[in-house]
Write a protein that binds this ligand. Sequence first.
Ligand code: GTR
Length: 419
Amino acid sequence: MKLITTLRIAAISLLIYIQISAVTAQGDNEWHANIKTVEKLSEEGRGFNYREDRVPAFTLPDLFTSNDGVKITSGDLWTKIRRPEILEMFRKNVYGRVPETTYKEEFKVINLDTHAMGGTATQKQVEIIIGKNSESLTIHLTLFTPNDIRQPVPAFLLIDNWTTDASVPSWKINGEFWPVNEALKRGYGMAVFSSSDLDPDNFDNFKNGIHGLLDKNPRPDDAWGTLAAWAWGASRCMDYLAGDKNIAPDKVAIVGHSRGGKTALWAGAEDTRFAMVVSNESGAGGAALARRRFGETVERLNAVFPHWFCSNYKKYSNKEDSLPVDMHMLLALIAPRSLYIDCADEDLWGDPHGSYLSLYNAIPVYNLLGRNSEIPESMPALNKQVISGRVGFHIRDGAHNLLMRDWNRFMDFADTVLK
Ligand code: GTR
């Protein structure tokens, strides 16, 4: 009897040991939030969750059943039925709708330097003038293209949400945030515009910026917010880039960091001319799944940035499960075009795991559209890039920022999908 009991205990212990080793072996390759960061942020408290075991159970809305119950089983059904209705749900409930106001658009190249960057590049400064009746708004676009490449080049267009003074060319002051030299050396054009040209980043009841020019009053509950205005500005820059002889119009990537990263995703969803979307640490209201309520939440976004989204979005504060969409559906709107998501290890506010899961859950749409992509459900290790078909991801060590190390990976990915 005693012997049997001893043997049983030994067998159970062995089983437990084998299971623990399996978990550790898998864990070695997988990113997990640093426990010290979790503890530090949790202590700072403020009622936000940074612990994976406290993420509530949730069910993501189904990508492949239409609002009328049609099963989306082909690329054709996706493109004709499901994609348009998901886009509509994001317009109506999240970012808002662009008004149908007629406007005029004019491009003025106000500065052309064919010997920029020590003669290696051509620099253009372009004014994109949006006019309605006697009023107008100007978007300042700066563009560099490499001189040693004779044919049109692929290019990155950065939404600059850091420079508030658009008259100061941001490439001079931002260094790693917009690394022109490094990109030119790798054969890419670099374009940038300042989001504040479209709409200053504060709540003024939509009086200034493009809202002041184009909105019809009273504003409906699904009228565009500030992020949608910035995304619209990216499309106006694309209008210019599409006609610039140095740029390959079918190879333009839209890039944004943080609130700019949320904007880049929405620009890519609304405007299919963007061949690639890069969303750097976009977090809540960007790549991160809202239903996880990890780090920043819908309620916090609405409270602190009431101008970013449409009014309808306020209905979902603390009611994430009633949102008809989640962010994997936003990422799916980019398919079959190229999509790159990245996060930073210390930036738990932006929920790296929730951003990765969002990408993972969007992959079936890439596959339905014939862009075979496959990424594991578990996150890659810190600083290890994952590229599969038209999607890419990395999580970098360090804090919330857009660094040269991120750009190098964007360009490695772009080398595989744009060149
Ligand atoms: C934070 C905000 C985030 C993110 C970030 C940024 O204050 O909570 O959603 O957008 O700003 O843009 O740097």
